[in-house]
Every structure is written in C-alpha cells, then in structure tokens.
Design a binder for this molecule. Structure first.
Ligand code: AMP
Ligand code: MG
Length: 402
C-alpha cells in the first residue's frame, strides 16, 4: 500500500498528453489557453471622442469662458460609424458623438453641456485643457503587445477582449473525454419504479457524471456492467477504442470474489500504476495506464468513490485542461476533538459554522461511514488527518471546502 502523496506523485508523472486544439472564440468559453497571444490590433483602433460634443482646435477656443464665450462655425459631423473626412480648419467645429473618429486638425473635444448652438455656429463656454476627452489610438495597448497568457481561462471578459481586437480563433486545451463504467449486479437505475429487496439504486452514475462535468470533463459514454470479468474486459476495451483520455470505473475494485475491475484492466492491456492506498475512505483505489488512456477504478461505496474522484480524478482533469485545481480552503477552530487513531490518512467530512467577525468552527459530520452519502451531501467540506493526529477543541485546522 502506498501513501496518498506517493499515489498523487505517480499519477502526476503518468498523465496522458493534453490535447491542443484551435477553436473559434464562440466555442472557447471555459477553455484554457495553451499559448500566449499578442494583440492583432491596437486599442482604441483610432483616435475618438469620449463625449458627445464638438471636435475643435484648442488654439481657437483656449480663452473661452462663461463671460466671454468663443463662437466657432459648425462645418460638419463625425458620427460613430460615419466619420467626417475633411480637416478641421481654423475656427471650425465638428459635431461629434461618443466613440466617433476625431477628424484631423481637431485636438480637443468640447462637451455638449459646455456649449450652445446658434444656427450654424456653436458658442463655447469652457475649455479645461488641450486634448480633453480625446481617446488616443493605442493608448490602452498597441498592436503586437502581449494580451493573453498561457493558462488563462476564457470567460466572458476575456472573450470580449478577443472579439474587440479581432481574434477569431484561439489555441486552447480540449476538454478531456471521459468514459464512465459502473459495475455492480445489485444496481438498478435510480429512476426504476420497482426495486427488489436485494437491489440498490445506482447513485454513483449521476454523482460521477456530475463530478466529471463540474471538473470540465466531457462524458462521452456511460455503461452499467454486471459483475463479470468477461463483460468488464469488453467494456474497458470499448472505452480504450473510443479514444477517451480517462475511463472512470465505479465498484468491483476490492478483494471480493466478484470484484473484476483490476483483473479486467490488466487483461485489457493496462499497466498498473498503483492499487490500494493508505487512506480512509477509498483504500481500494486502482489506477492504470494504457498508452494515452488512464483508468481509475474507484471503490463502489459512494463516499469512497466521491473522495477518490475529488482527490485523484479531478486534479488530472484539471491538468489535462492546462490548469491546476486548487481547493478552496479556510482555517477554522476545532469545536470537538478530531482524531485519527488508525494507520491511514483520514478524510473527515465536516460542517462549518460561520460566526460573524470570528473564525468559523469546524465539526465532524455525524455519520462517517463510506456507504453513508449524507456524510458528503450534508457536509461543507473535509479535513485531512494523518495517522495519530489528534486535534483538541480550540486548535486550528485547515478545511477543504466542497
Ligand atoms: P464494491 O466496491 O463494488 O464492492 O461496492 C461496495 C459497496 O458500494 C456495495 O455495498 C455496493 O452495493 C455499493 N455500490 C457499488 N456501486 C454503487 C453504485 N453505483 N451506487 C450506489 N452504491 C454502489
Ligand atoms: Mg460491486
């Protein structure tokens, strides 16, 4: 049996290579860049007005005041989308709207509020400074400047900036494809109307499918297989043939007579990376690799399956997308003793009680059995206790939040 840290290191050293693709920005939401990107265009693209008003030459109206307004002749208009294509001559003014191109010759914008129109003339009452309310070409960034960086996640803000500078396609990591294989002869689909006394509803399929999506994976197929070596080998071969980066299995990975996942994986050509970890829950976890496909044999007990997913599958999905998943954590005060008297790393599911202006309190969730789904569904997170670790009430502990 190996430790959690050792297992995570082996896994990190055996990742399949992430897939790099180039996609239109419309399809890039939530993906991560695999290269830095330079701005193809400058921002602003052209010198334009920050206000509705008049584009003028500062020398013509520098002395304007409320008592002694300056009068200029209106010689045309520059509208957003319809520029004024001549030069602003001495004592001329061009009506201008926000975002419209500043015509050549003009160097200053006078706001509408500081003017009054009289026929084909405009009276100017105030000029604060030369160049006021002019947005200069390239003042935000010039074409060729680095704008995005490898590892950036593309959300609404980044995509808007890409659209603005004319980036049509972007180099990103593809979301990793995942196949789900759920074993167990006792299982029936959760929505089955009738269920026999010896059967149980399959809760791992919906849990793992949701967790895969939450982690940015693309679930390409889900299969339920009976506890048979032959069927399991067949299903695993199908998973490899589909080209999925990960095959996530549930159940059948322990030492029982009807646990076939490990043997099936070896028969299907996977090389074992590790099996059995000094952790609770989740001791039977099996991980193997065949070329560019990893197989995760998660234990069937739902809490074990979830915690193994969280600590082993989720980080791999993150790395395949060109990122790392950092747990949200907080430091809380232990409210009742927490201890690990066993020999394995213990993941204790806990509740957090937030107190105004004080550190939160952390308390163990009542039921900790690996078959007790309420221990994760009702928990806020978990703490990690190493063998022999005892935390007295009042001590501080870091909590990983779900
Ligand atoms: P296994 O790891 O296959 O020995 O399963 C361990 C326990 O988890 C057994 O009690 C199973 O009935 C239960 N179990 C296995 N798979 C599922 C599942 N998909 N949904 C709910 N419980 C399961
Ligand atoms: Mg089973």
């Amino acid at each position: 049996m190996i430790s959690v840290i050792e297992a995570q290191r082996i896994l990190h050293d055996n990742l399949p290579s992430p897939e790099r693709i180039t996609v239109p920005i419309e399809e890039a939401f939530g993906l991560y860049l695999f290269e830095d990107i330079k701005a193809p265009d400058s921002s602003p693209r052209y010198t334009n007005s920050a206000m509705d008003g008049y584009a003028v030459r500062w020398v013509d109206c520098a002395e304007a005041s409320a008592d002694a307004p300056v009068q200029l002749k209106i010689i045309g208009e520059s509208q957003a989308g319809i520029p004024f294509n001549r030069e602003v001559s001495a004592n001329g003014a061009v009506r201008i709207s926000t975002g419209a191109m500043v015509p050549t010759g003009a160097d200053t914008i006078i706001r509408v509020e500081d003017t009054e129109e009289l026929g084909d003339h405009v009276k100017i009452f105030t000029v604060i400074k030369q160049g006021q309310d002019v947005r200069h070409k390239g003042e935000e960034f010039a074409a060729g400047q680095l704008l995005f960086f490898k590892g950036d996640c593309l959300g609404s803000r980044e995509l808007a900036l890409m659209a603005a500078v004319g980036l049509h396609t972007v180099p990103v990591y593809a979301k990793p494809e995942v196949t789900l294989l759920v074993t167990g002869t006792e299982l029936v689909c959760h929505d089955e109307a009738t269920i026999k006394p010896h059967q149980i509803r399959d809760s791992n399929t919906i849990m793992l499918a949701s967790a895969i999506r939450e982690s940015g994976g693309v679930l390409t197929s889900t299969r339920h297989v009976q506890d048979s070596l032959e069927y399991t080998v067949g299903a695993l071969e199908g998973g490899v043939a589909s080209g999925a980066k990960l095959i996530v299995c549930s159940g059948g990975v322990s030492v029982g007579r009807h646990d076939h996942v490990r043997e099936a994986a070896l028969q299907a050509g996977f090389e074992e990376l590790f099996w059995q970890i000094r952790q609770k829950p989740g001791k039977p976890l099996f991980v193997g690799r065949k070329e560019q496909t990893l197989i995760f044999g998660l234990p069937g007990n739902p809490v074990s399956a979830y915690m193994c997913f969280r600590n082993f599958v989720r980080p791999v999905l993150a790395e395949l997308q060109g990122t790392t998943c950092l747990d949200n954590t907080l430091t809380a005060i232990v409210s009742e003793q927490l201890s690990n008297r066993g020999k394995r790393t213990l993941f204790v599911r806990v509740n957090i009680e937030n107190r105004p202006n004080q550190l939160a309190l952390v308390k163990e969730v009542g039921h900790q059995g690996s078959h007790m789904l309420s221990s994760i569904a009702h928990a806020d997170g978990y703490v990690v206790l190493q063998p022999g670790e005892v935390l007295q009430p009042g001590s501080l502990k870091e909590v990983s939040l779900f």
